[in-house]
Ligand binder design. Structure first.
Ligand SMILES: *Cc1c(COP(=O)(O)O)cnc(C)c1O
Length: 289
């Protein structure tokens, strides 16, 4: 059984996707084509944030965000161990130390009470859950990556409050929650910076790899645009920082624009299917968590 039937979905929009891809074959702007700006504007608007910065994957979105915050060797970032590899992987890739905080057994997301304890442990250098291989007291605790698992946003009201009290940044890893709501706001707008993935199996997926970063912060947005393109400055051969090639291709943006046109309807269908499952599981006398 197909949980996400991409073939059936494609049938609904096939001619629109073809039209958009043919337009790219005609205009020839395969990188930074007009589809990129249009997609960034549409999705930032949908999420309710000022800036959407498209990129090559959800992993690059995390990596670029950590780079924008200057995370590197000697730094620590708090996150959940119950997530896809990329969340903690990008922290380690930059030479920083991921410190794992336990999850809430009801939601499987970061437990704010455990987060508060972990922040305290990092300050004192002792406590449960700290990595034994490093002297945590010597690390500079910089931020938190909250992860929205299986479409359910983490408790950002509590996470953002703890971050503020302790001078930490918060990144929302919304790779699994694009389109979800939390206290009336869309996933992608729940922390200072949010990242998402457009891998085909995610809530909104392209036909390859893609990602996006969302933020209201003008300075961070400018940095992220530069980091995405080898640390570009004002012109092509002016490079002002270390960055990467994190660009999304115009063809993936075209696929996403087409799929986004039916996205809200698809969320409703998904919710209706979930409700039907819940009802039938209850009727069968099975216990839901
Ligand atoms: C899929 C996923 C990512 C990585 O996204 P890619 O586009 O595959 O690089 C990061 N975090 C979480 C929680 C994910 O589910």
């Amino acid at each position: 059984m197909q949980f996400i039937d991409l073939a059936a979905q494609q049938q609904r929009i096939r001619s629109d996707i073809e039209k958009r891809i043919i337009a790219i074959l005609d205009h020839g702007r395969y990188v930074f084509g007009p589809e990129i700006t249009e997609l960034e504007k549409e999705l930032a608007g949908f999420s309710g944030v000022k800036h959407g910065i498209s990129c090559a994957s959800g992993t690059d979105a995390l990596l670029m965000s950590l780079l924008a915050y200057g995370v590197g060797p000697g730094d620590a970032v708090l996150t959940t161990p119950f997530t896809f590899m990329a969340t903690a992987g990008t922290i380690s890739l930059l030479g920083a130390t991921p410190i794992f905080v336990d999850i809430d057994p009801e939601t499987y997301n970061l437990d704010p009470a455990a987060l508060a304890r972990a922040i305290e442990s990092c300050r004192t250098g002792e406590g449960p859950g700290l990595p034994k291989s490093v002297d945590v007291g010597q690390l500079n605790l910089k931020g938190i990556i909250g992860v929205d698992l299986f479409g359910l946003p983490a408790d950002y009201e509590a996470i953002n409050a703890l971050a503020k009290e302790n001078g930490l940044f918060v990144i929302e890893d919304a790779a699994q929650s694009f389109g979800a709501l939390y206290q009336g706001r869309r996933a992608g707008s729940l922390a200072e910076v949010a990242t998402t993935s457009f891998f085909p199996a995610k809530p909104l997926g392209c036909y390859g790899d893609g990602g996006m970063i969302f933020t209201d912060d003008d300075d961070l947005a400018e940095k992220l645009v530069s980091i995405r393109n080898h640390g570009a400055g004002k012109d092509k051969y002016d490079n002002v920082r270390i960055g990467l090639n994190g660009r999304m291709s115009s063809i993936q943006a075209a696929v996403l624009l087409s799929k986004f046109s039916i996205f809200e309807e698809e969320i409703d269908l998904r919710q209706a299917a979930a409700e039907r499952y819940t009802e039938m599981i209850k009727q069968a006398g099975l216990k839901l968590l």
